[in-house]
Design a protein around this ligand. Sequence first.
Ligand code: C2E
Ligand code: CA
Ligand code: CA
Length: 568
Amino acid sequence: MAADTPENPTAKEPRLAALPFASLDGFRLNEVIDDIGDAVCVTDSKMVFKGANQNFARLYGLRSPEVLLGKSAFEIYPDFKKSVFYEICERSIRTGETATRMGRSLNTGLDIVIRCYKSKAYEDRYVMVIHRMSEGSAKADYSSVDSLTSLPNRWKFEQDLDNMRAYGKNVVGLLLVDINHFKQVNEVLGMEMGDRCLMEVAARIKMAVTKNDHVYRQGDDRFLIMCDPADELDARRHTIAHTLSKPFTLGLEQYVPDLRMGLHVTTFEETPAQAMTRVERALSWAKEHKEPYARYSQALNTSRFDHAMAKDLREALSTGGLQLYFQPQVDLIDNRVIGAEALIRWVHPTRGFILPDQFLGYAEDSGFIREVDEYALRTAIIYQQDLIRRGIRLQMSVNLSSLSVCNPNLVGKLEGWLKAYQVPADLVAVEITETAMMRDVKTSQDVIESIKKLGVEVAIDDFGTGYSSMQYLARYPSNTLKIDRSFVSQLTTDEAARTMVKSMIGMAHGLRIMVVAEGVETQEELDLLRMFECDTVQGYFFAKPMPTPAFEAWIADRGVGEIGSTFR
Ligand code: C2E
Ligand code: CA
Ligand code: CA
């Protein structure tokens, strides 16, 4: 790793002799540095250790500082992003000044100051990392630990979350575990057994998590797990429920804790306190509704309204109150319609026309969304049969929620409907957002694969708004990527949006994935998308979602193109 850096003569010395820092020249540094209470190390600009003091070695349980020489600092600081180190190096190089950055090591819980100094003696830059071991921070750490379970507490959680964000981790999963009726353990079996119970629960949770996760005690009978990566949140919920489903002995009793859990994926827009409130809200919802767990959503805040909605929604399904509208998708090469997206509408007997964003949230939280999705899918397939009979061939896309993507039964139903209504599978597509796939990565991957095996196409919806990682694009082989409206609407005003859209298209085409741009409203947006070689567009510029008669009139006017002919 250090091959292209000039050899540092100090590397051969047992201590930090003759550090080549301009500002420090002339001092007997090795002695000074060994005397101070902090743990100090020095690396070169490639983060290869050039020296360290005794305290630093002690902190990491090493025999002596020499064993570090030549090793990469990232082996010691796996919780720090490389980009953070390089960022401060670069700043120093750019400004010619010493750059400093502070944070807290998640490994040791200690405050860290990183400084990058310019070297006079060498071309190379050197970075100095100081671990603070001052009394103040040691005390703060001590008070952040719960004495019964030795787990860090809520205060520590807030600090850790802040620090994770400072180091570039923007999306983190939170799981709040509550032991239902724990008070009874204390009352019936006594405080001592209560304590033992909590220690056992803490120990089992610790066993169930992975090394990147953090576990905190949040209150009497509550534990918080910070789950990294966030997409493993559901997997973690399963494992924790499983490890705690085996009875443990409390005195003469066999005890199985009754767990309730709140789940929330927090992003950088929330403060740690807000994130905490949300995961607590999810937990209280689960407790109120006697569900094993609940996930935070806006809908949880308006549950009374939603209960009425749920009842009406159930009725709407059987009485035809739900309808599909269709929005055409236009091929950019010849401007012909090659497909349509089916979008659900609810005509409520007293409230009138309700858009999906106003009712799907609750349908999702109550699990009822599966029925809505199945209704949409089946209705779209029946409509396809009708269109095909009339000689109209276009691809129909239907949205699937996260619950449907995790429902293996859906595949069998889909297959049955395609057969029953004699609709070729490739004339049907499902749209799934990245966030929906994250709910249960393993199951959704299986479901998506089975859907694709049927010959039904898969589109990634709202691309750019969720995790948007190339990794997921490759992991979930899809046919189409739908660029979210938020990018399209900024195309004409924002250079960054243009660059993003252009590269999304390039990348998708590289993976042989077609691109649909959503929410195209103006000619200028259309022109740019055409220039960027986007395949298909959809948006108010062409048409709003329409009920079937209007939709058919519209396509009759425009002409229907061949599907799949647009790929370049
Ligand atoms: P989506 O899948 O991103 O659908 C596109 C949304 O953007 C639609 O909103 C559409 O009417 C709107 N839209 C299309 N072109 C334009 C435009 O040029 N400008 C603007 N401002 N908006 C445009 P809609 O119909 O209200 O649906 C909202 C969301 O509800 C959908 O977002 C989809 O996530 C969900 N949804 C709709 N139907 C279903 C369904 O049957 N099942 C499930 N699970 N979700 C559905
Ligand atoms: Ca969609
Ligand atoms: Ca979308």
